[in-house]
Design a protein around this ligand. Structure first.
Ligand SMILES: Cc1cc2nc3c(=O)[nH]c(=O)nc-3n(C[C@H](O)[C@H](O)[C@H](O)COP(=O)(O)O)c2cc1C
Length: 176
């Protein structure tokens, strides 16, 4: 798929077959993360945690379900969940850590589209995780970093068909 089609046809996939993501697929998706731009080129300030362990996935999901008082899965049965962590630096107005997380996730999401894998940018599970120190400890996030973004990944029966994008949905002011 060409780049523009991949961007336009990408959609959040929230249903997975449950089959494990293969090593080759994961390597390709991770390569897109390593190719991501990061603020000031400080790649040492970000890290990835790739979780395929079913027990841990269940713990993360249950933690989010408890936090948000829901019984629906917030990881949608995906076999892989990738967490991006980053060093929170500067003033609260300095958003580069969260921007790094979002940029890396979007790169991986487009990589998933190219491979025909399902993926969804996930904030809810990350927000809940950041409130649970015991669970955070289990993940061995590098010292000084905080989870800032996440993405589910896995095989799906969904396909990326041509999508019509509503070009009026983001207010756009043109200043000539
Ligand atoms: C920062 C961010 C956080 C998101 N968090 C979640 C989430 O926790 N759970 C979820 O199901 N979708 C999540 N989404 C997906 C959005 O709901 C989705 O991108 C949006 O509704 C547009 O739909 P589309 O991705 O299919 O185009 C998130 C997307 C972004 C960019």
């Amino acid at each position: 798929m060409n780049t523009l089609d991949a961007i336009v046809n990408r959609k959040s996939v929230r249903s997975y077959t449950g089959e494990p993501t293969s090593k080759d697929e994961l390597d390709t998706v991770l390569k897109t993360a390593y190719a991501s731009p990061v603020a000031m080129g400080k790649y040492g300030d970000v890290s990835l945690t790739v979780i395929s362990n079913k027990e841990l996935l269940q713990k993360l999901d249950q933690n989010a379900q408890q936090t948000f008082h829901t019984d629906r899965s917030m990881l949608y049965g995906a076999p892989t969940f990738i967490i991006v962590s980053a060093k929170l630096v500067g003033s609260p107005a300095d958003n580069s850590a969260y921007s790094n997380g979002a940029t890396i996730v979007e790169n991986m999401n487009l990589g998933a589209v190219e491979l025909g894998l399902g993926a969804c940018h996930i904030w809810g599970v990350i927000a809940a995780l950041n409130q649970n120190q015991a669970l955070l400890k289990e993940l061995n996030i590098p010292e000084g970093q905080t989870p800032v973004a996440g993405m589910t990944l896995g095989k799906t029966t969904e396909t990326y068909d041509p999508r019509k994008v509503d070009t009026s949905r983001i207010q756009t002011n043109m200043i000539d």
